[in-house]
Design a protein around this ligand. Sequence first.
Ligand SMILES: Nc1ncnc2c1ncn2[C@@H]1O[C@H](COP(=O)(O)OP(=O)(O)OP(=O)(O)O)[C@@H](O)[C@H]1O
Length: 292
Amino acid sequence: MLIVFNPTAGRRRHRRLAQALATLRAKGLRPELAETERPGHAIALAREAAWRGCPLVVAAGGDGTIAEVAAGLAGSSAGLGILPLGTANVLAWELGVPLAPEAAATVLAEGAPRWLRPGVARFGDGRMRLFVQMLGAGFDAAVVHRLDLRWKRALGRGAYVLQGMRELGRYPFPRFTAALDGGPAQEVTSAIVTKGRLYAGRHLLAPAARPGEPGFQVALFPRGGALAAALYGAALPLDLLPRLPGVVLLPARRVVLHGEEVPVQADGDAVGRLPVVVEEAASPIRMVLPRG
Ligand SMILES: Nc1ncnc2c1ncn2[C@@H]1O[C@H](COP(=O)(O)OP(=O)(O)OP(=O)(O)O)[C@@H](O)[C@H]1O
């Protein structure tokens, strides 16, 4: 087992990592540890581990680190485990992986295999980005793009709330189009393409989503403006967002988002700007998850 640890993810991460390692060692396991040194490094570390036959690579970090490890394991037979040390840890909430390090380590040692089907985003400039939970274009991506990392370290998820309030006053809500499965282009001001039900931690976004099955749920936000965005932001922690008028949720296998100067985020990382085409990744990933 190789643990790929992002030393910049989340808070209190070193202590939590040490607790997980102690649990694994107490169970007779001898995990290897590799620290990431830069964005994208986890991809290379995971790829190399899969190439030398490592059966399980654990992403110790947040959703961005999981996505990078998943990208490195793509097409291999190695399994992917999660040690949730990130800020939002949406995928851990989604898949029932405990946040307590000892309990998460027990899942790594004794969990069961389950398939996850990541999404892949292709940008206009030819870049590709794999994502495990969701990709957003528009307002939420603007928040991620301009988030101050010092705030994120100090305040955790609260930093997103503060940055969201700042963006309400300055984001211009440019319109762009979303075309689902070759259908007509619809005008929106934000769109979230999600594999899972949850968003920004454990808040409900897409009740019909099934991460282990093909396809996505797509949340479209035709209404722009600070008032609508503030309303959506207030509804999210109450799990009311999917029920709000003006929020459209649709299933799709392929999503084309077209626009200019519209920011894009994937799994909470700033990843570029539109246009982008979102599809299912070529191969599913075998995850090690809680039994039952
Ligand atoms: N050594 C490093 N220095 C700077 N950035 C790094 C380093 N290692 C990894 N990263 C980048 O940090 C990004 C964010 O990390 P990650 O998603 O794991 O944590 P998080 O943002 O705190 O958690 P979450 O996504 O759950 O909110 C990763 O996508 C990765 O590209």
